[in-house]
Design a protein around this ligand. Structure first.
Ligand SMILES: NC(=O)c1ccc[n+]([C@@H]2O[C@H](COP(=O)([O-])OP(=O)(O)OC[C@H]3O[C@@H](n4cnc5c(N)ncnc54)[C@H](O)[C@@H]3O)[C@@H](O)[C@H]2O)c1
Length: 356
């Protein structure tokens, strides 16, 4: 098993371990007994994941004498709403939850953001742990303690930094994920390679085609060895950045490579384009600009585009979105340092970023 410890220098009480191993889910009761994150637990999940994994987890916890309730919401981006926050908090009150208890976020990035936000605000904060079930959540959203809630069209406009007590990453959950969702998560992994680590980028070029087994029923039959390595390296890369800059005041902004265009694309599509697809196009658009500005060599831009293409990700804007539509949206991006001035994360070659 690989254990990655996330240490925050001045806040030792916020440090936590990311456990990463196939089938780790069966050992979770052992860790909950050992660390006593809460007296009682409430699994927050979506209806789809509840059926395929949530009920089993609740059963497993109960069999091991761990008190576990379950609260479930409809799946999808719309779940990250204030209405759901209210409903979940009301249910927690009804169930008698308090600061001594612990929330378990079981699901993709949507559930991680929703449950993490509830954990940040319910009774001014209670403990939570992350059990990500989508690739995107495993390699990105479950690590680093950012939570986000949407206000109508405004994505992640509300949020809090709330570090989990632990993260359990079990790649076997991915056996129930459609290929399109795996591809969505791989966009973030390619982002790590392209901006932070050229060796990882090379590994992805060689190994992404090996994720999908060639057998007949291959949709849900992934190469666990490759997936595990990709997950582990991605988490190590993200952890390194987040440990240095927990609150995104400097270095952490590098994780937004491809995201300035990406967020604008998501907004222009009214969030119909999934996050991974949007940042895939976003990486290609910023690279085109960097090539024009003679910062990045065309050869490197083409290699990144090729890898995204080979992964099955989109690399250009759909016909119904124009580049000019993106400009206004990018000017109002909440991550801009000065109002109206667009901040892009740049790379000068594969694995080598520039922050301004
Ligand atoms: N907080 C952060 O740092 C951060 C970082 C990146 C993205 N995000 C957020 O993450 C969200 C996107 O996450 P996502 O792509 O995981 O989307 P998601 O949570 O909507 O999951 C995608 C779909 O896959 C399903 N699913 C999840 N795990 C499954 C499994 N094992 N088997 C079958 N189906 C499964 C879900 O029910 C959902 O229908 C966005 O809201 C984005 O803003 C947050």
């Amino acid at each position: 098993m690989s254990k990655i410890k996330l240490k925050f220098k001045k806040r030792t009480n916020e440090s936590y371990i990311i456990y990463c191993e196939p089938n780790i889910v069966n050992s979770i009761p052992k860790y909950l007994h050992k660390h006593k994150f809460g007296k009682r637990y409430c699994v927050i999940t979506d209806n789809k994941i509840q059926k395929i994994h949530g009920n089993n987890l609740q059963k497993l916890l109960k069999q091991n004498n761990i008190s576990a309730e379950i609260i479930s919401v409809a799946p999808g981006e719309d779940a990250k709403s204030l209405e759901n926050i209210k409903k979940i908090c009301e249910k927690l009150i009804k169930l008698g939850f308090n600061r001594n208890d612990c929330i378990i976020a079981l699901g993709g990035g949507v559930i991680g953001d929703l449950a993490g936000f509830v954990a940040a605000i319910f009774m001014r904060g209670l403990a939570y742990i992350q059990i990500p079930t989508s690739l995107l959540a495993m390699v990105d959203s479950s690590v680093g303690g950012k939570t986000g809630i949407n206000l109508e069209e405004l994505k992640n406009i509300l949020g809090a930094f709330k570090q989990p007590k632990a993260v359990f990453i079990d790649s076997l959950f991915l056996d129930t994920m459609p290929k399109a969702e795996i591809q969505n998560g791989l966009a973030e992994c390619i982002k790590y390679g392209a901006s932070l680590d050229k060796r990882f980028f090379k590994y992805l070029e060689k190994n992404i085609p090996l994720i999908y087994k060639p057998e007949k029923d291959s949709e849900y039959n992934y190469n666990q060895k490759v997936l595990n390595k990709i997950i582990e390296i991605s988490i190590r890369l993200k952890s390194r950045v987040v440990q240095i800059d927990n609150k995104e005041t400097g270095l952490r902004r590098v994780l937004n490579y491809g995201h300035t265009f990406g967020h604008a694309i998501e907004a222009a599509s009214k969030h119909k384009i999934p996050h991974g697809h949007a940042i895939s196009i976003g990486m290609c658009l910023i690279n085109e600009k960097l090539v024009r500005d003679k910062i990045l060599k065309n050869k490197d831009a083409q290699r990144i585009k090729q890898l995204l293409d080979n992964t099955g990700l989109p690399t250009s804007l759909p016909d119904n979105i124009k580049k000019s539509d993106l400009l206004t949206l990018m000017k109002s991006d909440k991550k801009n340092k000065n109002r109206g001035q667009i901040n892009f994360v740049k790379i000068k070659k594969i694995g080598d970023f520039i922050l301004e």
